[in-house]
Ligand binder design. Sequence first.
Ligand SMILES: NC(=O)c1ccc[n+]([C@@H]2O[C@H](COP(=O)([O-])OP(=O)(O)OC[C@H]3O[C@@H](n4cnc5c(N)ncnc54)[C@H](O)[C@@H]3O)[C@@H](O)[C@H]2O)c1
Length: 328
Amino acid sequence: MFHVAIIGCGGIAQVHASVLSRLPNTEIIACADIRPERASAMAEKTGCRAYDSLDALLEAEHPDCVHLCVPHALHAPMALQAALRGIAVFSEKPPAVTREQWAELEEAAEKVPLGICFQNRYNPNVKEAERILASGEYGALLGSRAFVTWHREAPYYSESGWRGTWALEGGGVLVNQAVHTLDLLIRFMGRPEQIEAHMANRHLRGVIEVEDTVEAYLKCGGKPALFYATTAYTSDAPVLIDLNLEKATLRLEADELEIRTPAGVERCTFELPKTLGKDYWGTGHFACIADFYASIEEERRYQNDLESVRFTEEAMLGIIEAAKGDLN
Ligand SMILES: NC(=O)c1ccc[n+]([C@@H]2O[C@H](COP(=O)([O-])OP(=O)(O)OC[C@H]3O[C@@H](n4cnc5c(N)ncnc54)[C@H](O)[C@@H]3O)[C@@H](O)[C@H]2O)c1
């Protein structure tokens, strides 16, 4: 049985708690939040002990693993703090928002199992697209494109206390909403060796310091990966990724997969688990967290270990470095 602590008891922590309560090999023993009422509510809901900081929790408890559900800039320092005590880490995305923080994560991952919550990698349509690519049945991958057009208004930022700031969020739509899609794009395409990008504030100019819109032209293995993300749309439209192969285009839209050839469109069908949180968080948290603990028990590599997110992190930081000046 893994004894687990949840750090940060806001929105996504509820999904982690729900998964951890259902898994047969995990038990939530403690939680922490700087807003004590949130930690108390989590403690009451899950029957664990509540603390008002990670420091206080680590003084009193020795969990086997911490789940980091805190603002982005806290992921890496908290991961290292836990790892130095020999405690495994399962962190929400994005892994790190600076190169210095990435180095902290590398140090942590040398000491303990460390997993990153890119749950969409577990989606059946993503797995099937990976299988088709590897099979080579539709020829080589020539290029790709991805669109995230979602809706976020000013209160989403102003009420959180951390979103919308370079210091704590570390970026806007790119690092928060669209990093899942960037992660999939890079997983399909490979390491980005060239990055050109622009950012802007369209509907949230004057409200947030980070971007609400970003576009990037990446070259991976000499092939183009085109990326566009914004929170200026009027709803959370399904994310769309096209993978253009020699003999077909694979279209991933939300949980679906289409194989589009000159002969027509073939729709793949999948059995989907129920979502545990908001629809746009997808259904992958359960599989992603369950696999983390199974990988430790089975002493095998975890699919979402730090090494597996290196190219995504390079792409994310590369886009920020290329485009951040546009906001000045
Ligand atoms: N994988 C996904 O699909 C998904 C979805 C939503 C959020 N997230 C990620 O989860 C993380 C949290 O996002 P959220 O939407 O739950 O935010 P949130 O604001 O709802 O929750 C964050 C919580 O962390 C607490 N906190 C802040 N500083 C702290 C500290 N020093 N110690 C302890 N607690 C602290 C806050 O008080 C808050 O309760 C972010 O990294 C976000 O990107 C991932």
